[in-house]
Ligand binder design. Structure first.
Ligand SMILES: [Zn+2]
Length: 325
């Protein structure tokens, strides 16, 4: 991204500005330089709780947690930082017309036969969707924060209502424009709608699918995200907390000995079930030549092996990831 020479509006020192910058704090005087084209995008801020409140929430949770509570004296917070992440939020109206086929297996006596049922319909819906205004989502817990904002829009205030001199949080730049954001929000809305129609009508394949999407009221929200880094013995772990309601979004925690054992046992059971399912399927297939239910067996077996894999990696790893939301 090319950098343009821009001067701080307060002291005149050069500041690092890229065309996507929303806010650049002057490194000489600390002044908050805003670059907002009000005609292009409306920006709102979700106020953050203070650092003290975030830390209090962290310790409360650790004390209440049945595992972490036992070792809470041995935990040491080594870093606490908050950032404002830009998230586009949009109301989307969708209107879809579709036609498709439901494939149904009908059992009559010992014979099974496959019926194809033609279906068609119209569907309209209103959605609230959020996407990060960033190309790469490397911040710990950001995905979880975005889906939290999508499911329930937080309270926000106008940019100028917040005193930025008091807010010591860094603001991440936006990396995508509003029109790009609207495009991908529309894509997301179409995917969600298609999936809704597919599942509620049991559609196996669409013959025709059209979707009109209309994004209304797209705003850019600056949402506070806090990340606490803590140490336990030789391991370093993270907790991501949403800054406006102090909800834990995601956290990594040490794996305790009994959890390793439980995970290993669980993993073993999943492998055995998976192998059992596969051999059952093979027997069915070879002796009866019945391949109708193959898909079912394969799906169950694959799920078993995935469960086994994830349990066993947790069992031998040092970090356990928990998510909320
Ligand atoms: Zn300055």
């Amino acid at each position: 991204m090319q950098e343009t020479l821009v001067k701080c509006k307060n002291c005149g020192a050069p500041i690092e500005y890229t065309p996507d910058s929303i806010l650049v704090l002057c490194s000489f005087c600390g002044y908050a330089n805003w670059f907002v084209d009000e005609s292009k995008v409306q920006i709102f801020v979700v106020p953050s709780k203070s650092r003290d409140k975030v830390l209090e929430a962290f310790w409360n949770r650790m004390k209440k947690d049945s595992d972490m509570g036992k070792i809470v004296q041995e935990l040491e917070v080594i870093d606490t930082y908050g950032i404002y992440v830009p998230i586009f939020l949009s109301k989307v109206e969708v209107f879809s017309e579709w036609s498709g086929v439901e494939v149904r297996t009908v059992y009559s006596g010992k014979r099974t036969r496959v019926e194809r049922i033609q279906k068609e319909g119209k569907f309209s819906d209103k959605l609230l969707l959020a996407i990060p205004a960033r190309r790469t989502v490397e911040e710990f817990g950001l995905d979880e924060l975005v889906s939290k904002v999508s499911s329930l829009s937080p309270n926000y205030v106008k940019l100028e209502e917040l005193n930025w001199d008091d807010v010591k949080l860094q603001v991440l730049n936006t990396e995508i424009s509003q029109s790009e954001a609207v495009d991908s929000i529309k894509d997301k809305a179409e995917d969600i709608t298609r999936e809704k129609i597919r599942t509620s009508n049991n559609i196996s394949e669409f013959n025709f699918y059209s979707c009109n999407t209309n994004a209304t009221e797209t705003i850019l929200l600056l949402v506070p995200l806090w990340i606490i880094t803590y140490r336990y013995k030789n391991g370093v772990y993270n907790s991501a907390i949403s800054g406006y309601d102090l909800v834990f979004l995601k956290t990594t925690e040490p794996v305790f000995f009994y959890q390793r054992i439980l995970n290993l046992i669980g993993s073993l059971i999943a492998v055995l079930v998976g192998v059992g399912v596969v051999s059952l399927w093979l027997r069915n297939f070879i002796s009866l030549g019945n391949s109708n239910s193959s898909l079912f067996f394969i799906v169950v077996a694959v799920i078993c092996f995935i469960v086994a894999y994830s349990l066993s990696t947790t069992a031998i790893g040092d970090v356990r990831v928990e998510r909320w939301g």
